[in-house]
Design a protein around this ligand. Structure first.
Ligand SMILES: [Fe+2]
Length: 394
């Protein structure tokens, strides 16, 4: 075990510069001034707040739009890391209709026994995985009225450029729902410290540029109801994916994180490397509903489409023979699997493909490696790969 810890430290220090709590503190003690966010209507708890009307006005005027996009991208990258847009979805009735749709979906999924939020204690939360597709097919008109929002489009474009890919999940934290542990988000945020340490430092710096986190408030969110706790400027600390699970960073977060009261239809967007977590819902009656947006860069895809299942099925019997006859070191076999099978859990259908241990569901490559170790019959493995395909499709 001690060796394991030493190896982890070695891996971390070889890839990712040394831990530096003082540097972290220095970053998060920065203060946002009006000069950092000239178009903001105010700076609240270090976070710039924008008016939805201003965003809609800018969207129609090229020069002003470019100015706003530049301002936001610098806030996301080197500023507070977070923006709030009041009245981002212009019409409250659009939000109300969407909420009614989401409530029906939650009810229907409960009746069908599909009630999983595997990121929270059962019962405390209601979660709709892939609310984007469910919303779209259930009520296309309401989906159009909702996602025509200039605020969603401009925030996405400011951070990711054009042709971004939207995904969404509804989260409803019921009265008494507990705060989430503070974390960073997708991609490296969905790994243990040990896993994320396998990626070199420049990837820790690059990954946040490929995703934007957002949330649309579906009810008025008083501080008591537990809107997201945030630590502005924490995205600047490069080792955050490794260090933020440690007690001293968690304690610092508990003492110094901030919350912004939101009204129905307001939106928040932030760099996924900002340390954050859902707050504690201390109210007796507010079911705090938000539509969580996770928007991805257009660049998160390879040039060619490859049928990796066909490749995995073709190779498995050969690899199995090598394993059984001990003809090739297992490390080299892992290299072959790495070059052929899908080694990444996402995108997937989180309703069907829940994470087993940790936060990421099983991959094709994991199935192949585990099966080789257990020397499983090819037919059984092929069936597992077929089932994985079914779990991953929406
Ligand atoms: Fe999160």
């Amino acid at each position: 075990m001690k060796d394991g810890v030493n190896n982890l430290e070695k891996k971390i220090t070889s890839h990712v510069e040394h831990e530096d709590f003082q540097a972290f503190e220095k970053f998060v003690k920065r203060e946002t001034t009006q000069d950092d966010a000239p178009s903001a209507v105010q700076i609240k708890k270090n976070i710039p707040i924008y008016s939805g009307q201003l965003v809609r006005d800018c969207a129609n005027a090229f020069g002003r739009k470019q100015e706003l996009l530049t301002e936001w991208s610098s806030v996301f990258e080197s500023g507070a890391g977070i923006i709030v847009i009041s009245n981002a979805v212009e019409s409250t009735s659009v939000i109300n209709t969407a909420t009614a749709n989401f409530e029906e979906i939650i009810k229907a999924e409960k009746l069908s026994g599909n009630v999983g939020d595997h990121f929270a204690k059962p019962g405390a939360n209601d979660r709709i995985w892939n609310s984007l597709q469910k919303h779209c097919t259930k009520d296309p008109q309401n989906f159009i009225d909702y996602f025509c929002s200039e605020a969603i489009a401009l925030a996405s474009e400011a951070w990711l450029g054009p042709n971004y890919q939207v995904t969404a999940q509804v989260n409803r934290v019921n009265p008494g729902g507990e705060a989430q542990k503070a974390h960073r988000d997708y991609h490296l945020g969905f790994m243990s410290s040990e896993q994320s340490a396998n990626w070199p430092l420049h990837v820790h710096a690059m990954s946040p540029f490929l995703t934007l986190q957002g949330a649309i408030a579906h009810c008025d969110m008083s501080i008591e109801s537990g809107p997201t706790l945030l630590l502005p400027y924490s995205q600047l600390y490069k080792r955050g994916y490794i260090d933020f699970t440690k007690e001293k960073y968690q304690k610092y977060f508990d003492k110094n994180s901030v919350q912004i009261e939101m009204a129905k239809g307001d939106a928040i967007f932030f760099n996924p490397a900002v340390m954050h977590g859902a707050g504690n819902n201390k109210t007796r009656s507010v079911k705090r509903m938000a539509n969580l947006l996770q928007i991805s860069s257009a660049f998160g895809r390879a040039m060619e489409t490859i049928d990796r299942k066909v490749m995995s099925k073709t190779l498995y019997p050969h690899l199995l023979e090598l394993v059984m006859k001990n003809k090739m070191p297992f490390r080299l076999i892992e290299n072959v699997v790495g070059a052929s099978s899908e080694g990444y859990s996402f995108p997937t259908n989180l309703d069907l493909d829940a994470p087993i241990n940790g936060m990421a569901p099983k991959t094709q490559a994991m199935i192949i490696i585990e099966s080789l170790k257990a020397e499983k019959e090819p037919a059984l493995v092929f069936e597992e790969l077929n089932l994985l395909d079914i779990r991953q499709s929406s």
